[in-house]
Design a protein around this ligand. Sequence first.
Ligand SMILES: *Cc1c(COP(=O)(O)O)cnc(C)c1O
Length: 417
Amino acid sequence: MNQPEHTGNPEHTDKAGGQAELIGRYGDVMMNTFGAPKRVFVRGEGVHVWDADGRRYLDLLSGIAVNALGQAHPAVLSAITSQLSTLGHVSNFFATPAQIALAEKLAAIVTVNSPELAAKVFFTNSGSEANEAAFKATRLTGRTKIIAMEGSFHGRTMGALAITSSEKYRKPFEPLPGEVTFVPYGDVEALRAAVDETVAAVVLEPVQGENGVIPAPGGYLAAAREITTQQGALLWIDEVQTGMGRCGSWLAHTPSGITADLVTMAKGLGNGFPIGACIATGPAADLFTPGSHGTTFGGNPVAAAAGLAVFDVIESEGLLEHVTQLGERLAEQVMALGHPAIKQVRGQGLLRGIVLSDARAAATHDALLEAGFITNAPRPDVLRIAPALVTTAEQLDSFVAALPTALEAAAPRGAQG
Ligand SMILES: *Cc1c(COP(=O)(O)O)cnc(C)c1O
């Protein structure tokens, strides 16, 4: 259990097709938006991936909360290959059974608290595009103001960036679509003060993943629903990272009893096959009319088949319950380490932020990578893990066992532990 994940032959780093050689080629031809890659991966199976030098890793990030069922899941593989060999793409001039069936599934999870409401879906290829669709829909209400949250992340396209709070991401690209006001996340009174009858929509994440896994405080989502309803504004919930069982329920916001007007999804929906969705309920479902929005690839039957397979497996394997239990167990075990560098574990289900006592998250990430574990550091003091929903307790135990050594290797000079 305490053995490193690495197997194979790590010595061939400069041979053709080895990592050093591939990373050099990457730098020559790939735009430098992500910095130099730390690894080149060549193969995946379940919750493990292998790099170009043959070393194995336990993937606790799942391609940023995407590979809900792990790599090469047989159900997803068979759904994709059988759809692709039957009918691959037809454009949105036409419909396919897979697209309709997936839209029905999404409509059902979004209206679980108010099944009498109509819900309709617009399919996209990514989370940003799902948010673009929602943003455009808000403009058709006759109002233009948007209230967004400090600490938010909604994507990198111009519209999604306009509702993302980080100055670092926004500044170089201004002017962005306007009339967006940011309020402190989780502050009911600030939200109440900001929303009046001129506001088109309030947009928020049920857990702010990119901001270091910060869940909305208890009662906040219900208050946001009440405030938006009172003022005739739409409540737009971004479930791109939190949806599809990641937090232990199909959607992270529905356990609070509310129904949103707009819900956006992507990451876990296709298990790595690109697909996103904007789902609207009630009157918002009819904001778009022929010609008001479109996409060539969105709702492609192969992507839809992948989404349907993910729904099937989560249902048939009882993964929502598993995610809830495993997430709680992980949080308890990490805290039970009693490590001086660990302050808190926050989040829901299998979207967790391990909050550190100082800014050693990036160095801890590096040490864990060396030890064969993939994590990520969304903030200098937060280590994020978002393992596949099919991860076992034993696999998470191996991570917990490796964590103290990584934290110590990452300790800033003079820090405790
Ligand atoms: C990742 C993410 C997005 C953007 O999705 P892309 O597929 O990268 O465009 C939007 N919102 C949230 C909450 C996300 O985590």
